[in-house]
Design a protein around this ligand. Structure first.
Ligand code: CA2
Length: 153
């Protein structure tokens, strides 16, 4: 029986305000709703779901995921556009990384069009509101399964 996959879902700054402000951009679901949605989508996999407003704490959690998780779903929020330190931490991971955004940053202001995180991500899901997380969790688990069934040389 294979080990239960552990999925880290990490959220960056201001996402604690979800559902409280700017619902026209980010939707009406709260972060607690998003957590419940991720846990449902994970279908028995173990989900570690966290949010922080602090860059260093986010980096500590990424480093933790390096040894504790089988895959990482990350909504870096504003730090995705600014943090080389976060990119450096992500580059040390060998597990799949799925970058996730509620909105579609490519359709917004120019400063949102690129993220450093994308340079380390296996793939990106954006623009589907809370449903982006569901898709990201499913994609991350698929990647874990694929790695487990890949022949070893
Ligand atoms: O669309 C996303 O998920 C973003 O990562 C959200 C970030 C933004 O900087 C990125 O460009 C795209 C902003 C998160 C702020 O979240 C709030 C939620 C409700 C009210 C205010 C902010």
């Amino acid at each position: 029986m294979p080990e239960t996959p552990v999925l880290y879902v990490l959220n960056g700054p201001n996402l604690n305000l979800l559902g409280v402000r700017e619902p026209h951009i980010y939707g009406r679901e709260t972060l607690a709703d998003v957590q419940a949605l991720c846990e449902r989508a994970a279908e028995g996999a173990s989900v570690v779901f966290r949010q922080t407003n602090h860059e260093g704490e986010l980096i500590d959690w990424v480093q933790e995921a390096r040894t504790e998780a089988h895959a990482l779903v990350l909504n870096p929020a504003g730090y995705g556009h600014t943090s080389i330190a976060l990119l450096d931490a992500l580059k040390a991971l060998i597990i799949p990384i799925v970058e996730c955004h509620l909105s579609n940053p490519a359709a917004r202001e120019a400063f949102r069009h690129q993220t450093y995180v994308s340079l380390a991500a296996t793939g990106v899901v954006s623009g589907f509101g809370a449903h982006s997380y569901e898709l990201a969790v499913k994609a991350a688990l698929r990647l874990v399964q694929e790695r487990r069934s890949a022949p070893t040389v």
